[in-house]
Ligand binder design. Structure first.
Ligand code: CA
Length: 226
């Protein structure tokens, strides 16, 4: 059954929606604030995100913005009545749909079905990038090596996708930072080294053939040297 992540700080509403969704057979996980919602979303494994906009900590629009950097997870925003700007901004930022509070559970269920159906169609059009026995499915957000599933965070996934799209090309830390983190080089390139280490730990360390290579003084390259 599809797994749904519900990020909603009104705990009573969250529990009610959770019960109804479970009753329909969905698996449901809850977060009550933006930061933990974002962390859970980034661990992957969800088929749909129900995201409230007014949240403590990071608000829903910011959660959406960060998720969209690395993932095409279907997102339905839960918005307050009359919050027209939030709806427009949410859709501009890549939300798939929104529903205005208070909503009926039937309407929510209908919108969930539509969003899940659309994402199944998208998934069928997904691109598989690969290098040796490592493969990445862009739409399903899935990475495997030697047929074993590897769990990556959103950022690690984006980094690996960038390496795969530029397979055999040596990439500088500055290039990687600009493309994957989306900002100009500001001397913070050690974050790239940190994430390359995380990624290596997951995709290379337990395998004999290493795919991610350091090119001293230049940067990194993903290639199969075997
Ligand atoms: Ca709220």
């Amino acid at each position: 059954m599809p797994r749904i992540l519900l990020v909603e700080d009104e705990e009573k509403l969250a529990r009610f929606v959770e019960l109804e969704l479970k009753h329909e057979g969905y698996e449901v996980e809850k977060a009550f604030d933006g930061r933990s919602g974002l962390e859970m979303a980034e661990t992957g494994g969800f088929d749909l995100l129900l995201l409230d906009i007014m949240l403590p900590g990071i608000n829903g629009l910011e959660v959406l913005r960060r998720i969209r950097k690395a993932s095409s997870l279907p997102v339905i925003m839960l918005t307050a009545r009359d919050a027209v700007m939030d709806k427009v901004t949410g859709l501009d930022m890549g939300a798939d749909d929104y529903i205005t509070k208070p909503f009926s559970i039937e309407e929510l269920l209908a919108r969930i079905r539509v969003a899940l159906r659309k994402s199944t169609v998208k998934a069928e059009e997904s691109t598989i990038l690969s290098c040796a026995d490592l493969s990445l499915d862009t739409a399903r957000h899935r990475v495997t090596r030697d047929d074993h599933e590897i769990e990556l965070t959103g950022r690690e996934f984006a980094l690996l996708q960038y390496f795969l799209e530029n397979k055999t090309h040596v990439l500088s830390r500055e290039q990687i930072l600009t493309q994957v983190w989306g900002y100009q080089y500001m001397g913070e390139t050690n974050v790239v080294d940190v994430y390359v280490r995380y990624l290596r730990n997951k995709i290379d360390d337990s395998y004999e053939t290493k795919l991610l290579h350091t090119i001293r003084g230049v940067g990194y390259v993903l290639r199969d040297d075997a």
